[in-house]
Every structure is written in structure tokens, then in C-alpha cells.
Design a binder for this molecule. Sequence first.
Ligand SMILES: *[C@@H]1O[C@H](CO)[C@@H](O)[C@H](O)[C@H]1NC(C)=O
Ligand SMILES: *[C@@H]1O[C@H](CO)[C@@H](O)[C@H](O)[C@H]1NC(C)=O
Length: 683
Amino acid sequence: WTEMFHSHKDTRPHGPSSVGLDVEFIGFKHLYGLPEHAHINLHLLSTTHDEPYRLYNLDVFEYELNNNMALYGSVPYIIAHSAKWTVGVYWNNPTETWVDVDHKKDEVIRMVMMMVVMIVMMMAHSHWLSESGIIDLFIMLGPMADELFRQYAALTGTTPLPPLFAIGYHQSRWNYMDEKDVYSVILGFDANNIPLDVLWLDIEHTDDKRYFTFDSNRFGNPKKLLDDVALTTRKMVAAVDPHFKKDTKYKQYSNARSSDLLVKDRDGNEYEGWCWPGSSAWLDFINPEARKFWSNQFLYHNYEGSTKDLYTWNDMNEPSVFNGPEISMHRDALHSAGSIEHRQVHNIYGLYVQRSTFEGHLLRSKNRTRPFVLSRSFFAGSQRYGAVWTGDNAADWSHLEVSTSMLLTLNLVGVTFSGADVGGFFRNPSAELLTRWYQAATYQPFFRAHAHLDTKRREPYLFDRYHMTIMREAIVSRYRLLPYWYLLFYQSETSGMPLMRPLWVEFPESEDTFEIYNTYMVGSSILVQPIVKSAVNVVSVYLPGCHEVIWYGDSYEIFKGCQVVDVPVTLEKIPVFYRGGSIIPIRERIRRSSSSSSSSSSSSSAALNDPYSLLIYLDNKNEADGYFYHDDFSTYKYRDGHFVYRNFVYRSNNTIVSRSLNKDSKFKSNSWIERIYIIGLGQ
Ligand SMILES: *[C@@H]1O[C@H](CO)[C@@H](O)[C@H](O)[C@H]1NC(C)=O
Ligand SMILES: *[C@@H]1O[C@H](CO)[C@@H](O)[C@H](O)[C@H]1NC(C)=O
């Protein structure tokens, strides 16, 4: 059964196999989901004249847009939506999967009142084919979108509430080269009053790509560095990839090897491939013992130089193998003592890497603090272990544009904590493109700038005053809205609701919205349309809501829903609208990070006492409704009643009612609501 793929042999010792099934969505025209693909469109296009959507986690160099080729992650899940129903089908299979999609009118013969009649119905067709495994199909019947999100969340889980710093602004680059570089970047942000929560270290911080180590020449005193950064109320994140340099003096490698926890090749020898460190071996994350081993590496005595303020980024976990077939692992490589072939688990390998890292962070804090782990590869359920990003994009307007639909799709399939590299990973963005990218990413759940080793430095403070001020304003607007984002994350943990929502999620009956991919909602209150082209003076924005919904612009001007409005645009802002009837919590004291305080004290608890404001946008009946959430921002005590969760209602007789939604709250805080803005009075 041996087959050659270019120069790579696949022995297929168990013979060829495949499983497949067709699923018809009768009465539906619009399908969504099946990430990861870089499509500008949000709804799935017919593959009749194209390759099927391919799901096979790969490290793709300079990926193409509007192509059904495989990318870094996979979620084999399709959502179908019509004005009446939202339903979903999840194909639980982590092997290579191809999905064809087609739309057709179908003639159905029905008996209606004793007469045989022909009914012409729209129907969407999907054809699923996987390389191996079993058919394990879950059908979720909604019928409303919020019910569908809950059903899928019950199956695959939700994102636990992240620590507050993780939804602030992250500054990354391949690479901040040494300790001096890190100090100077932090100084650059502080000197220019740009908020920043996390500074990232890519692979060059290690001792020759031995993860869990620091290069002693450039990062000679990592503990002091982390402590100094922590004193400025910031955290750090370092790259830790799932391959080990084959060096018997490297303890992570030699211990994994002596405990027999490494992936094997088809002959049962240690699997060997090429990656950043050169000749490498891969930990067998499919084996629970190997996952336990990995988690243990995050304990401080194993990860020397790390502290509680260092969090983790798992890159290259598709897994990426430079000299392997399609830059990945051979399908006949062996996991779990030879009992499982790689082809059977390929798409879920990366999930296990992120999970073991997440569990390692829990271990090191004795389950006290919430981990933060970023992963490039993902599968259905990865949302339980942290954030993902859309991999190696480019500094190009089209890549800014595609980030909206890629992240909306991830949000639809439960991978809510997701983002795209601000500025584009490859190549150099113009000041205009970078500015527009900051403005867009402010309204995306995971907000990180990152860049390739060969690009020019592009920290916002390096730009001329005009562009720098606008980029800072974009980051500041994120910090103003952090209480709203935090609330959405809290609600999403229990409801499975996406944070970034296609318009149809909020306006399910409005067929005008079903194919809109460039405008979306953050939660149910804020509508955003990023500017994704150069030199734009005016854009058309569709404001949904045909049943008397009203919207407020940035300067409180009022628009009726159910119309396209032409919005004049300058570089200063992108179109953002607030839905009448919303109450949005914000923080107006902008500090250098989400946890810094007005005093020079480094205690992050001081930030707990900063006051909040409420923005009340009245609807056309002079009413509004919204929620407020507050806790200690970092621990799991909220699961034990230590939080404040309230509902605010503004009534047409101009009274505000506030009601606690957790009656026996054990949380004590000196924070208060300082200001209430009522917008639209007497409209
Ligand atoms: C942390 O939580 C896990 C999972 O609930 C549990 O197995 C473990 O014993 C806990 N560890 C500590 C130190 O509490
Ligand atoms: C305002 O209206 C609510 C019911 O909508 C009522 O309970 C409340 O007493 C009213 N308040 C005043 C001051 O009239």
C-alpha cells in the first residue's frame, strides 16, 4: 500500500481507508464555518468549480487568500442559517478532511392536503470525506443562533474568562533581541503614553532554540528582567514550541527520551526531523504521560529563569517539520507506544500542546491564577485552553481585510479568543496601513502586533507624531472598552456566544445581512466596519434593524436601522456605531496597562479601585438595558462567588434600576460607578 508524496514515503501499513457522508441542509442557502481558510467572504462558497475545503493543520509559507487550501488549524463544523433557523453539523474527526459545498434548488414532492405537489426548495449540500477514523457526527438543531452556540459549547467547551491583561494590548516581534531591547521598548511605550500589557519574546530568546531556557548572553538575568517588567505592571510571553533539539545535554530532551515520551517513526525509532533547532524530536502529546511531562516543565525549577509573570506561546504545533511532507509530520509516524498512527490524530496534535501548556500553568500556580497560552494550531475545543491567531499573514491591505472574516468564522465555531498579527507578519506596512490595522484590531478579541525578523521596527512610537497619535488613540479606545470586552468574555464562558458576531447573529431575520463580511458586531451593542483600503474618504455602512432599531455615531448623531449610510472617513477613525437600547460599561482613566494604578505602587490590586462609567444609549422608546461584570481580574475566585454581576435598566420615565445577578456575592471592592452618560434623551 506504500505511496510516494513527492520524495516522501507513506507506508500505509493498514491499507487505504476513508470515511464520508453527505449532509443536506434543506431550506438553507447560507453556510458558515470550516476554518481555517483565508477567505474574504464569510459564507462558504460553492466548491463545484473549485477544490473542496481542506482541513489539515499545516505551516503554510505566505498563504494565499480566497483559496480552499489547508492552513494552521481545523474545526470540522458547519453552521447553516436562514431567516427562520440556525442549525449546525459537527464532524468529529481529527484526520485529514475535505468538504465540498454546493447550493441548489431541489424539487421535492410532498403531499399537501391530500394532493401531490412539487415544492421548489433551496438547499445547501455538504459532502464530508476524511482519511481515517470513524463517523461521529453531531447534529444541532438550534433553532435560534444563541441556542446553537449553547449546544455546540456543551459539546466542545468555551473559553474560560482570561486574566484581564490578556485582553489588553500585546507587543511582539521576532525578536526583542536582548534585555536592553526589552527595557527600551517598554520605555518607548511609557514615554509616549501608549498603554501596553504584554511584551513578547520569540524563539531567539532561548539558548539555541532549547525551549524552557534563556540565551545567557542576551538574557543573562531573566528573573530580574521579568520582575522589572512586572514593576511596570506588565507581563511577558515567551515562545515554547513542541519540538526538542536533539542534544543529550538538554534536559527536556534527554528526560523525554529516557521516559520514552517522543514520537516514533514507522519503524519504531525516535522520529527525527528538521526544525528551528536543527535536528529535532517531537514530544508525543497524544500520550497522557507525555502531556503530564510537558506540564511539569512549567514548574519554576524546570523552567529556570521563569516567574509567575511569564506566560506562553505555542508556535509550530501543527506540527511544523521543515523537511517533512507538506512541512509536517509523516503520516505513518507513531504515537502512544506505536498504537496510533500520526494520520489518525494529525489535526488534534496542536490542541494537546496548548492544553498541556495550559495545565502546566495551572500546576505552577496551584490552580490559583488564570493561564494565558497562545497557539497557532487548533481543533474543535481549543477554545478551552486560550487564544489562537491567524498565523503568518502579510503587510497588505487584503490581509487586513481578510482578518475580519477569518476571525468572525473562528468566533462562530467557538474559537472566540482570536486575533491576527497587527501590521502583518511579512513585509513592511505603510504608516497608513499600520494605523488602519490598529483601528481594526482594537475591535478584535486578541490584540497583538507582531512582525518578521527581516521587517523594519514598527512599534507605534517610532512613527511621526500624526500617525503615532492615531495609533495611540486606537489602543486607548481598546482600554476604554476593556470593561465591555471583559463582560463579553465572562458571558461567553457560560453561553458560548461569540464576541465578534456577524450581523446576522444579532439580526437573524434580516436577509440583507447574510452575506455581509466587512461589518460586524462586538457583542450586541457595537457595530464596526474597519477601513481596509488606502485613501478612503467615504464608506457605505449597512445599519441593520428593520424594526425601529436606532444607531448612534461617534458624535451622537442618530441613524435609523435598515439602511445604508454613507460615512465620511478621515484617518483618525473607523466607522463605529452604538445600538440604541444598549448600556456599555467603560473605564475612563487610561493608565499604562490594565493593572496599573494611579499611585506608583506596583500592586495590581490598586487598579481594582478605579471607577467605571456607563454609556447609556437610549432606544426609540427611551429605554436601555445592559450588564456589568467585575472581579479580581486574575484568579479563579470568581467561580466561587467572588464577583459582581449586575443588570442595569433605564426606563422611559427616566429612572435607572440596577439589580444584582449574583445575590450572595462575596466580592468586596472599593470601585464605583463614577459617571453615567445618557445619550439620546429627547431624540
Ligand atoms: C488543580 O485542578 C486539577 C483539576 O481540577 C486537580 O486535579 C488538581 O488536583 C488541582 N491541583 C491543586 C494543587 O489544587
Ligand atoms: C418608572 O417606571 C417603572 C415601571 O416601568 C416603575 O416601577 C417606577 O416606579 C417608575 N418610577 C417613577 C419615579 O415613576
